[in-house]
Design a protein around this ligand. Structure first.
Ligand code: GDP
Length: 197
């Protein structure tokens, strides 16, 4: 699957402009700067997301990437932008909720969390949104190379405890690093399984 092309094919700013739901879909959520672009680029071996995350005007849309015509990866822009107006952010939350609730092809969401910081209030808000919309999700720790193995285990255990209070959360917590490649084969394996019919 990862030897194939991975191309941006659609950006949606509102529920009315979503692409047709055809292929199995996985969405990637996380606070800005969590390392989402780096992780997806490490997974695909391409700089697919760099363009989207570096352009501030383009951050408030869901970006759709087609992986080998078998799986769609959706980049959910970093939440927690202080500069977004209340009105705009309310509209954005409504859009995300309707996407999460209504997307029939959405198989799983990955909530990216910086291993150094652990769960932050914005992460918990996103998780609650996924609980409410009944979207199965799991936590992926990023930048695990910045911690010693013992510290990774500790943060993983802390997250695992917090997950017990979230109805839609899967218990696995995967530690990854775009720098060292830690967890990348596992994540590829997971995505490949998700792409199976
Ligand atoms: P995004 O905003 O979530 O797309 O985050 P980026 O992928 O642009 O990364 C944000 C910052 O974190 C950049 O300075 C990256 O170099 C750094 N970063 C990303 N992934 C890793 C990683 O696995 N390890 C380390 N040490 N730094 C990382």
């Amino acid at each position: 699957l990862f030897a194939k092309e991975c191309d941006f094919f659609w950006g949606a700013e509102a529920a009315t402009t979503l692409p047709e739901a055809v292929l199995p879909e996985i969405c990637f959520a996380g606070r800005s700067n969590v390392g989402k672009s780096s992780l997806v680029n490490a997974l695909t071996g391409r700089k697919t997301l760099a363009r989207t995350s570096q352009t501030p005007g383009r951050t408030q849309q869901l970006n759709f990437f087609n992986l080998g015509n078998r799986l769609v990866m959706v980049d959910m822009p970093g939440y927690g932008y202080a500069q977004v107006s209340k009105e705009r952010s309310a509209a954005w939350v409504d859009f995300i909720k309707s996407y999460l609730r209504g997307r029939v092809t959405l198989k799983r969401a990955l909530v990216l969390v910086d291993a150094r910081h652990g769960l932050k209030p914005h992460d918990v808000d996103m998780m609650k949104m996924m609980d409410q919309t009944a979207v199965g999700y799991q936590i992926v720790l990023t930048k695990a190379d910045t911690l010693k193995p013992g510290a990774i285990d500790k943060i993983r255990a802390q997250v695992a405890v917090a997950l017990k209070t979230h109805g839609a959360a899967h218990p696995e917590v995967l530690a990854t690093s775009a720098e060292t490649g830690l967890g990348i084969p596992e994540l590829r394996g997971f995505l490949t399984r998700m792409a199976e019919p």
